[in-house]
Design a protein around this ligand. Structure first.
Ligand code: IDP
Length: 138
């Protein structure tokens, strides 16, 4: 299968807890290649666009507030089945249910502070890569 690209965020909790290296290391050890990386604090509008599919959810305000609360690290990684592979490394959304061995399973307890984001489909990956790294091919 040809290489695929996906967007990964080490969210502000991951940066403040010093887990950026750990997340990047796990992605690299899995065999994924880093093709873009940036430390940045998101504008509210960018966060609202990124999480647009959750706009009607009761936790939307909290989610936008959290993701803009401090610097995050945006990454694009590439490899065969990168989207599914990254989602597997991350673990499920609720870190208490995420299996030990996954990033969320090993390092997080709260759903609102679950350390990482990874695109969930090729369409999301293309949209999110374009939002964070305009001009970089999804
Ligand atoms: P994902 O990050 O595993 O793809 P999504 O369902 O797309 O999960 O949700 C986006 C983010 O919204 C989650 O990573 C989590 O931080 C936050 N979130 C999801 N559900 C809740 C909730 O019930 N309360 C607070 N935050 C939530």
């Amino acid at each position: 299968m040809s290489a695929e690209r996906t967007l990964v965020l080490v969210k502000p909790d991951g940066v403040s807890r010093g887990l950026v290296g750990e997340v990047i290391s796990r992605l690299e050890r899995k065999g994924l290649t880093l093709v873009a990386a940036e430390l940045r604090t998101l504008e509210k509008a960018t966060a609202e666009t990124h999480y647009g599919e959750h706009a009607s959810k009761p936790f939307f305000g909290e989610l936008v507030e959290f993701i803009t609360s401090g610097p995050l690290v945006a990454l694009v990684v590439e490899g065969p089945r990168a989207i599914e592979g990254t989602r597997g490394l991350m673990g499920v959304t609720d870190p208490v249910k995420a299996v030990p061995g996954s990033i969320r399973g090993d390092y997080a307890l709260e759903i609102g502070q679950n350390l990482v984001h990874g695109s969930d489909s090729p369409e999301s990956a293309a949209r999110e890569i374009d939002l964070f790294f305009p001009g970089l091919k999804g």
